[in-house]
Design a protein around this ligand. Structure first.
Ligand code: ADP
Ligand code: MG
Length: 567
């Protein structure tokens, strides 16, 4: 064996460890969920690689996790026969944080423990959570197909040691040396109840040692033979998504979500479906409660796992969800794709298309239903993900109507910046004779609310949607109709209020036009070629003038946007 080396943690790891220990003490037991979850991921990864190289199993294809406690040594050990890690992988996985959104995460920390513990949860606690209960952690691991094994050891402070070791079996064994005040975890009974609570859905067996029961005597004096000690699975060890919906409890769905998503909060909603017929697949799709730190990061990974016939194939299967639904997490299990499917094959594939279509409409329906039946939860969703949904009309023409139903806006009806008004709600409040849905787009909510274009609408009591998000202009250029009603910008061209303009108004308007005869001509001369046209307007009640765009021209908002990108 080579000598021991000492390496330093990446600065962020030190910070994270510190935070973890101080913020998560009220939720200590989750360390076990995290470590079992990693073991299960490691089994998935090995099974995938073994599809093309069966030798990797080396005669041991029975993938499992074992959890044991040693009261005397005050340790808990979690061992698996999954993929294992090479020395380099140990360094990158257990010495750094290799996650997108890391910078945003650290920027968001406040120093307030309650708030920060929420943030950590959102970020994903993972392996380092072992240090919540352990004063030191030893990881011994051997990668499948390699001879060399490595031991990682750390007190969870500034550094860790690495040492080459002999390890007979493939996989990873993690030993937690418990802090003095955490000895309660070195207890099989306690461990078992934690696993049952958090990890029952894990699809490989989670085994614990069952002590032998000595020979005994039955009630009628008959001999009951001794049962030798053995490893026993304490979970169901079947893939949760293959089970019947009626047999899976909400608790199980929620815990499974935490496992697949690495999220710590509960999901807002989920949909579990077995699809039969031309394309056969199972989907289990979750809507998270909170947006991840990297929602706007272009390189961010999708939250969908792909399985083929129950075998894990890949994380980040972004081909199955349009970009405006990129916050959806969960998994797909296809019966039609080949086991050796690659990202390239997925790209132009009929099965992929069919599943993507199915999953998209499933998510849209789930959201629509949430909007109808659980408006408060839907509002939570909208506040987190509304901006992303707004990319939908441009990206997914086919589902435009379904997406339109999901949109929420600020409006003159409420006059507050919160986006709560749906198009359906707007339509239900439309005035007699009103044919269009009116909206205004501005740089900020304040600017939208105070737009001079709204004066005539206020006077007539017509509701106008107030749009001020960056994507709004872009979205509205793709969304022209809802419920057979045209969406119309109040800043555009000749404002035709249709039947809303009454005869009396018209007469008054003519009178006032005559009263200022000549003015238009004079303004035209002054502004000369700065404008296309100067028109008399009746849409203003208090302001003397406003700028409008021609029906077919770019809106002023869009013109600004184009200018800002140098067009
Ligand atoms: P995550 O599971 O979200 O990737 P973790 O902090 O839980 O983050 O784990 C970090 C990485 O360490 C994993 O992605 C994996 O590469 C590696 N790892 C952790 N535990 C194991 C294990 N039991 N077997 C193999 N690799 C592991
Ligand atoms: Mg993990």
């Amino acid at each position: 064996a080579t000598q021991k080396e000492t390496l330093g943690f990446q600065t962020e790891v030190k910070q994270l460890l510190n935070l973890m220990i101080h913020s998560l003490y009220s939720n200590k037991e989750i360390f076990l969920r995290e470590l079992v979850s990693n073991a299960s991921d490691a089994a998935d990864k090995l099974r995938f690689l073994a599809l093309s190289n069966g030798n990797l199993y080396q005669g041991d294809a029975d993938l499992k996790v074992r959890v044991s406690a040693d009261k005397e040594k005050n340790t808990v050990t979690i061992s698996d026969n999954g993929i294992g890690m090479t020395r380099d992988e140990v360094i990158s996985s257990l010495g750094t944080i290799a996650k997108s959104g890391t910078a945003e995460f650290f920027k968001n920390l406040t120093g307030d423990q309650a708030k920060d513990s929420q943030l950590i949860g959102q970020f994903g606690v993972g392996f380092y959570s072992a240090f919540i209960v352990a004063e030191s952690v030893t990881v011994r691991t051997r990668k499948a197909g390699e001879d060399k094994a490595i031991e990682w050891h750390s007190q969870g402070e500034g550094e860790y040691t690495l040492e080459e070791i002999e390890k007979e079996t493939r996989g990873t064994e993690i030993t937690l040396h418990l802090r003095e005040e955490e000895t309660e975890f070195a207890d099989n009974f306690r461990l078992k109840s934690i696993i049952t609570k958090y990890s029952d859905h894990i699809s490989i067996p989670v085994e614990m040692w069952q002590d032998e029961t000595p020979e005994s005597e039955g009630p009628d004096g008959e001999k009951i033979p001794a049962v030798p000690g053995e490893w026993q699975a304490i979970n169901k060890a079947t893939a949760l998504w293959t089970r019947d919906k009626s047999e899976v409890s909400d608790e199980e769905y929620k815990e499974f979500y935490k496992h697949v998503s690495h999220d710590w909060e509960e999901p807002l909603s989920w949909a579990h479906n077995k699809v039969e017929g031309k394309t056969e697949y199972t989907s289990l799709l979750y809507i998270p409660k909170k947006a991840p730190f990297d929602l706007w990061n272009r390189e961010r990974q999708s939250g969908l796992k792909l399985y083929v016939q129950r075998v894990f194939i890949m994380d980040d299967a972004e081909q199955f969800m349009p970009s405006y639904l990129r916050f959806v997490k969960g998994l797909l299990d296809s019966n039609d794709l080949p086991l050796n499917v690659s990202r390239e094959i997925l790209q132009d594939n009929k099965v992929t298309q069919a599943i993507r279509k199915g999953c998209t409409s499933r998510v849209l329906k789930m959201l629509e239903r949430m909007g109808k039946n659980r408006p408060e939860e839907y509002q939570t969703f909208w506040d987190e993900f509304g901006q992303v949904i707004k990319e939908g009309p441009a990206e997914d023409m086919a589902n435009k109507d379904a997406i339109a139903k999901l949109l929420r806006f600020a409006s003159t009806e409420k006059n507050e910046s919160a986006q709560t008004v749906s198009l359906e709600e707007y339509v239900s409040r439309m005035k007699d004779g009103q044919e269009k849905i009116y909206y205004v787009v501005a740089d900020s909510f304040g600017a939208a609310k105070n737009s001079p274009h709204l004066e005539i609408f206020r006077k007539k009591g017509i509701e106008v949607l107030l749009l001020s998000d960056r994507v709004d202009e872009w979205m509205m250029s793709h969304l022209t109709e809802f419920d057979a009603k045209q969406l119309s910008s109040v800043t555009r061209g000749d404002l035709d209020l249709g039947k809303l303009d009454d005869e009396q108004d018209k007469q008054e308007q003519e009178k006032s036009e005559q009263a200022v005869e000549g003015l238009i001509e004079r303004v035209k001369t002054v502004l000369a070629d700065k404008v296309k046209e100067v028109r008399f307007t009746h849409r203003l009640t208090d302001s003397p003038a406003c700028v409008v765009t021609d029906e077919n021209d770019m809106s002023s908002q869009m013109a600004k946007l184009m200018a800002s990108v140098g067009q």
